[in-house]
Design a protein around this ligand. Structure first.
Ligand code: MG
Ligand code: MG
Length: 248
């Protein structure tokens, strides 16, 4: 069942979203060669906690950290550790904040130092595919319209869409109905309506779409070890178009 949010609930989700966005900005500011992914995770946890919220991911299904931090060929669910970032790394940071009973969920692909043109391009295409998708997120449209727009944008730019992991509804729970795939057919799927809150999150690869999970049972990496990018916001469907809730 898809839960439509009331005005009061939306107000709380805006607050959770703002803290989520702030935590990502705090991470962006410290990413540079030499920092460890553990140190970035600590910055994020402290930001969230100092704003009276809780990291949504800490302890979720046993996840051991506050943020997922995935480097280069790691797609999502990277576990922060003592790894030092180096110049040229691309760093996907995925953050959730739980505040007043509601979650925000957002991810960015950040650059560590000077990165390759290829890295800049995959980040751009991933980000732009999100906006191509949400342009279709209007009341009366189908979820497949959003999914198809993302896939079309990504593939027409020469990248592939990860199929095994998808976006999702979000609210009192981090993951709610419906699933939001980054591929699909226009005109199919759930009809969108005002008050739906969705975490839309294209995950795209420079090479093949295939991925696998490392022995730590969390970190998803590209099968061919090509670069991967991720971009996510929590959005609200409104009569005036999509509102991004994970904005500062
Ligand atoms: Mg996320
Ligand atoms: Mg998500």
């Amino acid at each position: 069942m898809i839960k439509l949010k009331s005005q009061l609930e939306i107000e709380k989700m805006r607050e959770a979203g703002k803290i989520t966005a702030g935590a990502l900005e705090a991470a962006r500011e410290v990413i540079k060669p030499g920092i460890t992914t553990n140190q970035i995770d600590t910055v994020i946890r402290k930001y969230i906690e100092s704003h009276g919220a809780k990291p949504s991911f800490l302890g979720y299904a046993g996840f051991p950290a506050s943020a997922c931090i995935s480097v280069n060929d790691e797609v999502i669910h990277g576990i922060p550790d003592s790894r030092h970032l180096i110049d040229g790394d691309i760093v996907k940071v995925d953050v959730g904040a739980y505040y007043k009973g509601f979650h925000g969920d957002s991810a960015r692909t950040f650059f560590c130092g000077e990165v390759s043109e290829k890295a800049k391009d995959i980040e751009r295409v991933c980000r732009e595919s999100f906006f191509a998708g949400i342009a279709k997120a209007v009341p009366g449209a189908r979820l497949g319209d959003v999914s198809a727009a993302i896939q079309e944008y990504v593939e027409s730019n020469g990248y592939s869409v990860v199929k095994e992991y998808v976006g999702h509804g979000i609210g009192e729970k981090l993951h709610e109905s419906p699933d939001v795939p980054n591929y699909g057919k226009a005109g199919r799927g759930v009809r969108l309506s005002e008050g739906m809150t969705l975490a839309i999150e294209p995950m795209i690869n420079a090479g093949d779409a295939g991925v696998y999970v490392l022995a730590n049972e969390w970190t998803v990496v590209t099968r061919d070890h090509s670069l991967s990018a991720h971009y996510e916001n929590t959005i609200l469907v409104t009569a005036n178009g999509p509102e991004i809730l994970t904005k500062i």
